[in-house]
Write a protein of this length. Sequence first.
Length: 100
Amino acid sequence: MFIAKVVGSVVSTQKAETMVGHKLLLIEPYRINAETRTDMTTTGRTLVAVDTMGAGENEYVLVVQGSSARMTPETKNLPVDAVIVGIVDSIRVGKNNVNL
């Protein structure tokens, strides 16, 4: 599981029938800044993830990948590799609140 920021959406009019009706979002994985531990920094990658939570652009989300992505009721038996399973409200590292 990792934290990512929703940076956009993906529209695909031609796709596997089982994927019809599933919202696809473009996400950018983030990590805790190793120096300050009070903010997040991008990993520089982007991925497409199925949204099961109703996430929106610029929100930080929890994402699972691989076989875990097919373990939610909404994605069971779907050809997916990344799924948004939560929306992040806040992050703490030790006594520090992490700025989102």
